[in-house]
Design a protein around this ligand. Structure first.
Ligand code: ZN
Length: 236
């Protein structure tokens, strides 16, 4: 009896199509009008596809201005500075506050700003209230845009950092409403509430950012969290 051959060619083609579609959504290459997903809404922490919904903001300035609105974020669009030698920014915003906390940055990509707003509103503020009995009044950072390569990792040293396109932010600490400062450098280790809070908010950032690195990743990150919306995916 002749055995039926598995349609391997067709199966591979289907896999390729599915993989290509997923990649296109992940990289924000599908225009929002063709997307079956609802547009991102900062009122909700989102569900399974929140990463793809954030990615839709990458190229769409009109969608960006509809999504980045108070009360979860105070932000205004800035003029594009198209890429030159791997550095520059497009579809980016100037931010003054997120999730009710002051966080002034002069340039941040729309999708990184949306991820930061979701993290602040739905993770950081509720965790601060439940673990520390206070809300966060302001967030300290060590910069967003910087025209440079990745530092601290010999394998990626020739690659531009996501900071080179304003698609990343380095968070160094938080100030609570009562004035108490919590710093990644001083408070990360130990078992007190401040250390537990820092570890919890770092872990929750992985839901909205593709890369979320902290002091346990390497020595270059001992004093800050690095969050970005690039192509890589790491949470350490
Ligand atoms: Zn960084």
């Amino acid at each position: 009896m002749r055995r039926r051959r598995l349609p391997v060619g067709r199966f591979l083609l289907l896999l390729l199509l599915l993989g290509g579609t997923a990649l296109a959504f992940r990289q924000g290459l599908v225009p929002p009008r063709y997307s079956p997903l609802p547009a991102l809404d900062l009122d909700s922490p989102g569900f399974f596809f929140v990463d793809w919904q954030i990615a839709e903001l990458r190229r769409d300035a009109e969608l960006c201005s509809r999504v980045l609105v108070p009360p979860h974020i105070e932000a205004v669009p800035i003029r594009d500075n198209p890429l030159s030698k791997g550095c520059g920014w497009t579809n980016s915003v100037r931010v003054s506050s997120l999730g009710g906390a002051g966080l002034p940055v002069d340039k941040l990509s729309c999708q990184a700003a949306a991820a930061l707003a979701l993290w602040m509103a739905h993770e950081v503020q509720p965790l601060a209230a439940s673990m520390l009995g206070q809300r966060v009044a302001s967030v300290q950072h060590m910069g967003t845009y910087s025209c440079r390569n990745i530092v601290g990792n010999p394998f990626w040293k020739d690659m531009r950092s996501e900071h080179a396109t304003a698609n990343a932010i380095d968070i160094s600490g938080f100030t609570l409403e009562n004035g108490q400062r919590i710093s990644v450098l001083k408070d990360w280790t130990g078992e007190d509430q401040e250390a537990l809070f820092l570890r919890a908010v770092h872990q929750r950032a992985c839901r909205y950012f593709r890369v979320a690195l902290g002091p346990e990743f390497n020595a270059a990150h001992r004093d800050h969290f690095h969050f970005d919306r690039g192509i890589l995916s790491t949470c350490r």
